[in-house]
Design a protein around this ligand. Structure first.
Ligand code: AHR
Length: 547
């Protein structure tokens, strides 16, 4: 049941189908040497946009897994904890990041989770064995603590529900407990637990990765689809305003990829608002360790979004329905080293060190590319969650004394802080290089595909009259020139210009050297109708320009 079996499963289906530089990169200003290659060009027309960005595109995820909850966000007894037991350093960090929505409590964990065990007086809550991660769960942190914590960090909850060992009536009971004002069995129980006002949870995930044989209570697509329909109908009677997300394929590596999604939606299209997508990337089997190929993996995310969108729309067409489903990419990240029994078996301990992936510079560059893809696809993707947020495959790591930011923190923070307003429909021309196609799709691989050296996304915020550009330079050897051509407007000034780069793609941060990989200022060109940027090799750049 643990993700160990997911790993083995993944390997099978795939077959079918740091050294740290001594130089600290902190606090240096970067001026790239002029490139000898043909300049890339991008045309920016503020009237051409893809969509208005939903803030929930930059959400995250906290599962009862390893040290994400316990020792991550909740550590009563620690000198860093407040009266609620919340880690104040972590709380401050997440609040400052501005994470808009946080998925909880799983993940694989949710499929064996009984929410009722984790409400009410803490001394009466049972200590149980979590069979997803073979860990001890004290239930000291449950839905009420999570909502209190979410309010403190300024995030909205995205509530996961147990479709593994519970039936739809218990999902409906949870919704009644959380969202009904008063006067009913479950709402009165919440009030008796000290929460007079309803939590008003808007977004709900109907199960987790139910297509996966590793999932507790895994069932066939049609069975899951009718269970989701039943749960959704009950939930909408309790609260017609909720947004419901059906559980889509765990990823393209699944033999039932797309078929699962179609069969599920045939059952519950009318009852749900969205379908979920998941994907973890790695510089291993899929890329053969080739970083040029690795940095192109965000194009596989583009493709996955296209494919799931196509399935949603074919079901829509066949039903002659008006409604268009949106996508919830509610698990995405790099994750490939901290896998297997050593990393995902909790050996019946509380808060074991699980899935503590250490991220390097190239992982951060890919995360930047993935942020670009999400912005470009924001016409259909409304919710997305970087999986996860603290200690478990996370941008933020804690110990008893404090925290540090992993490399992937920075591109994620840029998305949160600078991508506002509308996603721009950029017209980019860039030279390309060739790689063999990605094998996780279950195809034979081996075909050559052309990958642009530069990958870009842009946003325009009408309120602050500013444009943000996010640029990945996949060229590992050379800096690349980019001519930015403004259509019908001349920008006033460059307000911010930063780059994440360095000589060592495998460089990491840690408690010993927490600022080894951090953004540097990039010397920008003066604002004008045609601006020429020099983008360093192996870099991710964020530029904010006032209009
Ligand atoms: O995020 C870690 C795990 O990855 C989640 O529990 C599961 O949904 C996915 O397989």
């Amino acid at each position: 049941m643990q993700s160990l079996s997911r790993r083995r499963f993944l390997r099978r289906t795939l077959a079918a189908g740091a050294s740290v530089s001594a130089l600290s990169m902190a606090q240096r200003s970067f001026a790239a040497r002029p490139s000898a290659t043909n300049a890339a060009r991008v045309q920016i027309d503020l009237d051409r946009s893809i969509s208005t960005l939903d803030r929930n595109l930059f959400g995250s995820f906290i599962e009862h897994l390893g040290r994400a909850v316990y020792e991550g966000i909740y550590q009563p007894g620690s000198g860093l904890a407040d009266a609620n037991g919340f880690r104040t350093d972590v709380l401050k960090e997440i609040k400052a990041l501005g994470v808009p929505i946080i998925r909880y409590p799983g993940g694989n964990f949710v499929s064996g989770y009984h929410w009722l065990d984790a409400v009410g007086p803490k001394e009466k809550r049972p200590r149980v064995l979590d069979l997803a991660w073979n860990s001890l769960e004290s239930n000291q942190f449950g839905v009420n603590e999570f909502i209190t914590w979410c309010r403190a960090v300024g995030a909205e909850p995205l509530m996961g529900t147990n479709f593994g060992t519970e039936q739809p009536d218990m999902t409906a009971a949870l919704l009644e407990y959380c969202n009904v004002d008063k006067g009913t069995k479950w709402s009165e129980l919440r009030r008796a637990h000290g929460y007079e006002n309803p939590h008003q949870i808007k977004y709900w995930c109907l199960g987790n990765e139910m297509d996966g044989p590793w999932q507790i209570g895994h069932i066939p697509a049609t069975e899951y689809g009718s269970k989701a329909r039943d749960a959704a109908r009950q939930m909408r009677v309790l609260d017609p305003t909720v947004k419901l997300i059906a559980c889509g394929s765990s990823g393209p590596f699944m033999p039932t990829y797309l078929e699962w999604d179609q069969q599920v939606l045939e059952q519950c299209f009318d009852e749900v608002d969205a379908i979920s997508l998941h994907r973890y990337y790695g510089n291993d089997e899929e890329t053969g360790g080739d970083s040029r190929k690795y940095l192109a993996l965000n194009l596989a995310m583009d493709r996955q979004i296209e494919e799931i969108t196509a399935v949603c729309d074919i079901v829509r067409g066949r039903r002659r329905a008006e409604k268009r489903l949106w996508l919830s990419f509610d698990e995405w990240n790099v994750w490939y080293r901290a896998r297997g029994p050593k990393f995902d078996d909790g050996h019946r301990h509380e808060a074991p060190h699980l899935l503590e992936e250490v991220y390097n510079l190239e992982d951060a560059l890919l995360v930047g590319g993935l942020i670009n893809t999400l912005i470009r696809r924001s016409d259909r993707v409304r919710v997305a969650c970087l999986a996860q947020l603290v200690n478990v495959i996370a941008p933020i790591m804690t110990n008893d004394e404090g925290l540090f930011r992993q490399t992937i923190y920075y591109p994620y923070a840029w998305g949160l802080q600078h991508a506002h307003g509308k996603a721009l429909d950029l017209v980019l021309q860039s030279e390309t290089y060739e790689v063999t196609s990605f094998t996780s799709r279950g195809n034979r691989g081996g075909e050559r595909i052309a990958v642009p050296y530069l990958d870009m996304a842009g946003t325009f915020d009408e309120v602050s009259r500013s444009v943000s550009l996010f640029i990945l330079n996949r060229d590992l050897d050379k800096s690349r020139a980019l001519a930015v051509l403004w259509q019908g407007v001349v920008p006033r000034r460059v307000s911010a210009s930063q780059v994440l780069t360095g000589p060592d793609l495998k460089a990491v941060n840690g408690f010993a050297d927490p600022r080894h990989v951090v953004p540097q200022n990039l010397d920008p060109p003066p604002a004008s109708a045609e601006m020429k940027f020099e983008l360093p090799p192996q870099s991710y750049t964020m530029v904010n320009i006032s209009i």
